[in-house]
Design a protein around this ligand. Sequence first.
Ligand code: ATP
Length: 199
Amino acid sequence: MFLKRLELYGFKSFADRTELEFVPGITAVVGPNGSGKSNISDSIRWVLGEQSAKSLRGGNMQDIIFAGSDTRKAVNYGEVSLTLDNSDQSLQLDYNEVTVTRRIHRSGESEYFINKQACRLRDITELFMDTGIGKEAYSIIGQGRIEEILSTRSEDRRGIFEEASGIVKYKSRKKEAQKKLDDTEQNLLRLHDLVSELD
Ligand code: ATP
């Protein structure tokens, strides 16, 4: 699986529709300070489901929408699409190419798509869980992140190994199942109370 294409529209400094094509091997992005290099990696994290505006260097999520410049009007929505080659079927979808899209409007409303089909954020998160590509995964190492990983608490470091070994999905499902069990137990308790009141 490799990153084939990234399309940006209205994302941070990318006012125009911009398409970046990648080929297998190493790609380097070069440019002067402030030209938008980090905005590219921000866009990848964003389309993969990043929910923290702060970690995208903004105050709120709408800050990622192109805000206008001396020569250009602001736009009303921002959109990023990321296309991965899936011919090795590493993503559990029956397609050789998978495109995930995220769009945000000035109103704050967000939309998510997988291969142009509307979906939930959760579907995107689950699709990439344990693949090493998720927004929290080790495939995107930001400035200062290596230091952070080395100095971080051992439990957090363990999280990185858990993602690499592919057990995050099961941990997340276990947590959900546990929550359902707890809710059911609470409901049962309430029912017992009602029954004893009726007796
Ligand atoms: P450096 O080499 O200094 O790290 P860089 O090439 O990584 O720089 P970025 O940090 O990606 O640059 O881009 C910063 C630029 O993006 C700034 O000029 C900033 O004004 C612009 N920018 C960020 N958000 C928006 C937005 N919502 N609308 C318009 N421009 C934006």
